[in-house]
Design a protein around this ligand. Structure first.
Ligand code: BG6
Ligand code: MG
Length: 225
């Protein structure tokens, strides 16, 4: 069966790397921590951190540096805090024009069609980011890293979103730029649309470069299901 995007009942958006260009700041903040610890942390390594919670990201970073198991829980907590302080400094002056192409327009368009809009983000900084961008009100439901301990690829963040919207997971699609997020959407029984390319992301129903591409389709994207 083919479905038009505007026939879906609910659409859940990831935040970092889908709505706003903050993925680069997460990377810079982690790379600075790796620099201090004395190892190289490349953009390729960083792909493994996308969509992943702060604590799990630190574990992966330490694995990359060959330092897994070298630190106490208190030391790891301090490192995660250090990274977050660097990240928060980067986003302190986040500008509305750092929204990714088409994201504001698509949110407005979906609202016009009466489709429920959810945020499904792993980030504990999501509320501040939405506030700085002035888009909090565009979401019917916001589920972020403060709402659950179960981080992507666990489906919890998306299932909580569907439940709060009162929509069956099968009637939701998810826009995601991270492999962990695509896996979480699939585990939730939702249809993932990847924002990125198939060489980096697998398992999605449809691939788009950005949300502008979704808007630019004359025929709105059809999802084969
Ligand atoms: C996700 C990002 O959206 O949020 C990850 O893709 C990040 O890179 C995660 O680690 C948690 O974010 P925060 O802001 O709570 O550290
Ligand atoms: Mg993301």
């Amino acid at each position: 069966m083919m479905k038009n995007l505007y026939e879906m009942k609910g659409i859940i958006f990831d935040l970092d790397g889908v709505i706003v260009d903050t993925a680069k700041y997460h990377y810079l903040a982690w790379r600075e921590l790796a620099d201090r610890l004395g190892f190289e942390f490349t953009p390729e390594h960083n792909e493994r951190l996308k969509g992943v919670s702060r604590d799990r990201s630190l574990e992966i970073l330490l694995e990359v540096g060959g330092m897994a198991g070298e630190f106490s829980a208190a030391e790891k907590h301090a490192m995660a805090t250090e990274k977050n302080e660097r990240y928060v400094a980067y986003i302190r002056d986040l500008k509305q024009d750092e929204m990714l192409p088409g994201s504001r327009e698509l949110l407005l368009e979906l609202r016009k069609h009466g489709i429920k809009i959810g945020l499904g983000s792993a980030s504990k900084n999501a509320p501040e980011i939405l506030d700085k961008l002035g888009i909090t009100e565009l979401f019917d439901v916001i589920v972020d890293g403060n709402a659950t301990q179960h981080a992507k690829p666990d489906p919890a963040v998306f299932l909580l979103g569907a439940q709060a919207m009162g929509i069956d997971p099968a009637d939701c699609i998810v826009f995601e730029d991270a492999q962990a997020g695509i896996e979480a959407a699939l585990a939730a029984g939702m249809t993932p649309i990847a924002v990125g390319c198939p060489t980096q992301l697998t398992g999605a129903e449809v691939y788009v470069k950005d949300l502008q591409e979704v808007l630019m389709c004359d025929e709105k994207p059809h999802l084969s299901r």
